[in-house]
Write a protein that binds this ligand. Structure first.
Ligand code: ADA
Length: 562
């Protein structure tokens, strides 16, 4: 399934879901060995018994059949993590980063059979600055849907809809990006439909190769707002016409909601009402699926989080599958979505590709996910070198980039730097990753009171505060009256003392537990030495989603209201 709503009524769209041929690429010769495997797409190759820990390159292959001359656009929602795409042997796309989509167009496709091959690499190669050995697993494969679309000479690439509230009426800034592959420029018109209104989205002349953007502003007096408790969604339908023609030649649907997010007086507001985010950090990980969670598994995660009373999820530490974000939109789950970077040292941030790779993921994240009303904040660079002047330059540059791409959401980053933090003045929300009672013996309440006071003088005055990570390991089934570290009892104690402290402090606008479920970590680097069972076991449910003792503690505090 591509999305939880229909993305097109006119354009022919086929999900290339199925079992594809797969060959390991030999490290020495850099050529594919025999296609001995048949792997599911979407999927992670680690789910195959021979590839449980395979790190390297692999080639996916399948046949495409067309019965007419056409142009094809392939959309890869997620290839983990470096990809090259070949159509009939010709390279048509390259992409880095597992967690954002990319596409490629083949202009002339003759009727008949064609070969689509995708090289995927999950090795920590020298050009990879963000996928590095880490406290989560870098799986291999086509982990998200692959889509094939038939397009004409002119086509709609994307729609962006940014809602606003002005003089007591809802409105939206809508922009549509059109592409042309035709040699002659042509006049086109885009018309749309949203919230029961017909819209003129603009007219203009498109030129070959240059993306053409039409921007308009509309009011929707009848629109119902989207909120946590009443997540009203609307289909925004856009249709593309050639000048003088009554038949649309292409179309694109997006699903949007009317809501605004602000920060004021140390609080976060959705539609002007203060909200407290309570929920989880979540990795896309499951022993039976890797990072390619199926829709039922996503729904299960959502049900468990909601059962505990959560209203928020942080997509730690990368942009998530669109279908999960669609679910959040439908259920009124508030989302902190963040770019892809976890715990990079200054030295790692000096990687020659770091700036370019971060900028790409930031742009793709905002362009691809900007229409989800559930996303209330964008985050960047979890626990990177924000305590150095050089690191600060990166935070500044990236926050500016995202603000330019989307001025409608507050920005944040999760810091573990305590009083060494140098970047709080750059963000709209202050987010603290602290692990009192686990990595230290500190009292959670006293710790955050002290840091809050300090932050007022360090660029954070008047800004909302989120406890973005806290928790401790609890090994599922390891119970003992000693309550030593690692037991489920001790984990429940740690969660309890943290939640008691944070829920009783009015100035806290967000409480996000590390983490929802246990996750696999990489065997490379120091991780297996630091993480028993090569797993981060701070989940409130284990990797199979079995609740630990802390589950009922969380439910008690989150459901108790705050
Ligand atoms: C960090 C980090 C998480 C995880 C966590 C932990 O704060 O952001 O990815 O590594 O600590 O378990 O220690």
């Amino acid at each position: 399934m591509i999305r939880l709503f229909q993305t097109n009524d006119i354009r022919s769209v086929t999900e290339l879901e199925g079992v594809w041929d797969f060959a390991i690429i030999d490290q020495e010769s850099d050529r594919e060995l025999n296609y001995t495997y048949r792997l599911p797409v979407p999927g992670c190759w680690e789910m195959h018994p021979n590839l449980l820990t395979y790190r390297g390159k692999g080639m996916y292959r399948r046949t495409i059949v067309t019965d007419k001359q056409t142009a094809l656009r392939f959309v890869f929602k997620g290839a983990s993590h470096t990809a090259e795409v070949y159509f009939d042997g010709e390279e048509i796309a390259r992409h880095y980063n597992a967690y954002t989509a990319f596409s490629a167009v083949v202009k002339h496709v003759e009727p008949g059979k064609h070969e689509l091959r995708v090289m995927v690499d999950n090795s920590f190669h020298e050009n990879s600055s963000l996928h590095v050995p880490n406290d989560y697993y870098a799986y291999g494969g086509l982990i998200r849907p692959v889509v094939m679309e038939e397009i004409g000479g002119v086509w709609l690439d994307r729609i962006r809809c940014t809602p606003f509230w002005e003089n007591g009426v809802w409105g939206a800034d809508i922009s549509v990006t059109v592409h042309s592959m035709e040699q002659t420029s042509g006049l086109i018109t885009v018309r749309g439909e949203l919230a029961g209104q017909n819209l003129e989205l603009g007219t203009g002349t498109v030129q070959q190769g240059e993306p053409f953007v039409l921007s308009t502003r509309h009011l929707f007096p009848e629109a119902e707002p989207w909120s946590e408790h009443n997540p009203s969604l609307y289909l925004l339908k856009a249709k593309l016409y050639r000048e003088g023609s009554v038949e649309a030649i292409d179309d694109l649907n997006e699903r949007v909601g009317f809501r605004i997010v602000s920060t004021n007086d140390g609080k976060i507001q959705v539609n002007g009402t203060n909200v407290v985010l309570k929920g989880f950090n979540r990795h896309e990980d499951h022993p039976m699926a890797g990072s390619a969670l199926t829709l039922p598994l996503m729904v299960k995660d959502m049900e468990l989080m909601r059962d505990m009373g959560a209203n928020c999820v942080r997509t730690s530490h990368y942009p998530n599958d669109e279908r999960f974000l669609d679910l959040c939109d439908e259920l009124g789950m508030l989302v902190w979505e963040e770019n892809h970077a976890r715990g990079l040292s200054l030295e790692q941030m000096r990687h020659p590709r770091f700036i370019e790779q971060c900028e790409a993921v930031n742009r793709e994240m905002v362009e691809q996910h900007g229409n989800h009303p559930s996303i209330v904040t964008w985050g960047i660079l979890n626990e990177c070198a924000s305590d150095t002047e050089e690191g600060r330059e990166h935070y500044k540059r990236q926050l500016e980039q995202i603000r330019e791409l989307d001025g409608s959401r507050p920005l944040t980053f999760a810091s573990d730097k305590r009083m060494r933090e140098l970047c709080f003045d750059l963000a709209d929300i202050l987010s603290f990753n602290l692990y009192p009672q686990w990595y230290t013996d500190e009292d959670p309440g006293e710790l955050i009171d002290g840091l809050r006071e300090w932050a007022q003088t360090a660029g954070g005055s008047g800004k909302p505060i989120i406890m973005s990570e806290f928790g401790g390991d609890g090994f599922y089934g390891h119970r003992s009256p000693t309550r030593v570290k690692g037991t489920e009892e001790r984990q429940a104690d740690i969660i309890e003392s943290n939640l008691a402290a944070y829920t009783s402090r009015d100035y806290i606008s967000g409480i996000l537990i590390w983490q929802f479920c246990d996750c696999r970590v990489t065997e490379e680097g120091p991780w297996p030495m630091w993480r028993s069972m090569t797993r981060n076991s701070k989940g409130i449910v284990d990797e199979y989603r079995r609740p630990k003792l802390a589950y009922s503690v969380v439910k008690h505090y989150f459901e108790g209201g705050m």
